[in-house]
Ligand binder design. Structure first.
Ligand SMILES: [Zn+2]
Length: 145
């Protein structure tokens, strides 16, 4: 891990990416080399967001492997059925889980289950409050509620 404070004030800007999805398939071919090299290019931190139980586990695996990566765990509104709040609660207790996310409401891509989305969002907000964790919120096309 690079010690940025040795060079403070810095000549080059640092990047903290607060919302990433490096588990996405499009990174498959380059993921390992990309994640190994990002700190050398000024990236000092990343929060990789989960979208369901499986991707939340992947976010935690990245966080365990790379010191500069942290995880958010949650069920995204497009992934209802991809995990339970109880599963997310178990994952959220990991020491490198720093937020509940990506959670929220999406009435653009999925509009036929608004009440289900609201209930899941509320349940995960309550979980975040109980665990004293911040949330990473997805909100798309809420203007048409
Ligand atoms: Zn996202």
């Amino acid at each position: 891990m690079i010690d940025y404070l040795e060079e403070y004030p810095l000549k080059e800007p640092l990047i903290f990416d607060s919302h990433a999805h490096y588990d996405d398939k499009k990174f498959e071919e380059i993921r390992d080399s990309l994640l190994e090299n990002l700190p050398q290019h000024g990236v000092c931190g990343i929060i990789n967001c989960g979208c369901d139980t499986e991707s939340s586990k992947k976010a935690l695996a990245f966080a365990e492997k790379y010191p500069y990566i942290y995880a958010a765990v949650g069920v995204h509104p497009e992934n209802i059925g991809g995990g339970t709040v109880l599963e997310i609660e178990g994952l959220a207790k990991h020491k490198k889980c720093v937020a509940i996310g990506e959670i929220g409401l999406d009435y653009y891509w999925v509009s036929d289950n608004k009440e289900e989305q609201k209930a899941l969002f509320e349940e995960q907000l309550l979980l975040a409050n109980r665990l004293r964790l911040p949330v990473i919120v997805h909100d798309l096309s809420l203007i048409h509620i």
